[in-house]
Design a protein around this ligand. Structure first.
Ligand code: MG
Length: 411
């Protein structure tokens, strides 16, 4: 892990914040970010605080860092690319050990030269692994020898959760019903366009799938499918209307949590290679805490964050220096109020200010930046109504700053 205590440089728009440089300098001193358990990535008391739908502040230094992923490489016509580092590989070109045929029978499709090929008549194959929401990557090639037409030319299919078909078809120079082309959400929504390579060449699918979520028989999130075909958008966050299918009107409805990925045997020797997926984090509708949350969910998460910060504050207890614990407790109030935490923070502030007042001038002077930072903190808390405007420690800090002339520009 990279050093967690180094704040990022202030973004360009930070200039409108009164003293970001001071704040960041203070943060860099380590006084704020003293606990590895709460590895900070940015400033606190900075952007707008959490609200009824967002458990995090804007630019929240407590918000977890996104995981690092090493990107893979793009495929070339004769060479499959390398998946990103966190991908779960379903087919790497060597064998069908992760696949099975109908009723759990061994998958009978051919494996050759880094691809698998439909063995017509052997039936669909599906992954042993079951999964739900995902980013899915796979590549397919219709037979180089063009045979048949319409739905009979290079037909196969990618069935997400074994249900929802994204069509595989040689649509390079082929006419069929629009909602049956390559890139179609079969029987429901045609692709936006047909960006295909000629048959025989591999075509790349990058799919983002979000299953429908129902609660108490009502839709909480309809689910969506986004598909890129050879890097070109062909399904644009299309809302789900069930599995899709042949001739019948598909109807919206719930999906289970997981299902296999299956590939269709439609009687054509279509090829596949480089199949991998990345599971996606939960949406707010299923307990995720990024995005627009319900009031109840935001409040619950805010209380959880506040509790974590208070637990961290307890580890910072230091009678010689009450400031870190105090700041952390005030920070917790930004997420959720708590009488005991508020009282403790206020007591620590009083103790801190009493200590400052007792210091001789030569020991007080080096505290200038610290006190000015605390002033910014109290102003932030008052501005967002987390403490009252006439909060006594705030007034005391302002008075100290005036007395010391710390509110004046340095010569
Ligand atoms: Mg098909």
């Amino acid at each position: 892990m990279e050093p967690a205590l180094t704040p990022r440089p202030a973004p360009p728009h930070a200039a409108r914040v009164k003293t970001p440089a001071l704040l960041l300098a203070f943060a860099a001193s380590g006084l704020l970010f003293t606990s590895p358990a709460t590895a900070a990535s940015g400033p606190r008391f900075y952007g707008d605080p959490p609200d009824d739908h967002h458990p995090w502040a804007v630019h929240d230094g407590n918000r977890p860092q996104p995981p690092r992923v090493s990107p893979g490489t793009f495929s070339q016509p004769d060479q499959a690319g390398r998946p990103p580092s966190d991908a779960i590989i379903l087919f790497d070109g060597t064998d069908l050990s992760q696949w099975q045929g109908e009723k759990g029978a061994p998958a009978k499709w051919l494996v050759k030269d880094g691809y698998m090929e439909v063995l017509p008549g052997s039936g669909e194959i599906r992954t042993k692994e079951q999964f739900g929401d995902c980013q899915l990557h796979l590549e397919w090639a219709a037979p180089a020898k063009v045979e048949g037409d319409g739905q009979g030319r290079g037909n196969s299919g990618v069935f997400l959760m074994g249900r929802l078909e994204i069509q595989v078809l040689d649509s390079y120079n082929n006419v069929t019903y629009a909602d049956g082309h390559a890139g179609a959400y079969y029987g429901v929504n045609p692709p936006l366009c047909l960006p295909l390579n000629p048959p025989g060449q591999f075509q790349v699918y990058d799919i983002v799938f979000r299953r429908p979520i129902y609660r108490d028989g009502k839709v909480a999130d309809p689910g969506y499918i986004t598909v890129f075909l050879n890097g070109v958008l062909v399904q644009d966050h299309t809302p789900l209307e069930g599995a899709g299918g042949h001739m019948g009107r598909s109807k919206p409805g719930p999906f289970p949590e997981k299902g296999p990925l299956s590939l269709q045997d439609h009687g054509n020797p279509t090829r596949f290679r480089n199949i991998w997926y990345r599971p996606l984090p939960p949406r707010p509708a299923e307990g995720g805490t990024d995005g627009w949350l319900s009031t109840d969910a935001a409040l619950a998460k805010r209380q959880e964050i506040a509790a974590t910060i208070r637990a961290d504050a307890a580890t910072l207890h230091n009678t010689d220096n009450p400031l870190p614990e105090m700041l952390r407790l005030f920070e917790s109030l930004v997420y959720a109020d708590d009488t005991a935490a508020r009282q403790r923070a206020t007591e620590l502030a009083a103790a801190y200010l009493a200590t400052l007042k007792s210091l001789p001038a030569e020991k007080l002077t080096p505290k200038r930046d610290e006190v000015r930072y605390l002033n910014d903190v109290f102003r932030y808390l008052a501005r967002h109504k987390i403490v009252p405007q006439d909060f006594a420690p705030k007034a005391a800090v302002e008075q100290l700053i005036r007395e010391q002339g710390w509110d004046k520009r340095r010569p």
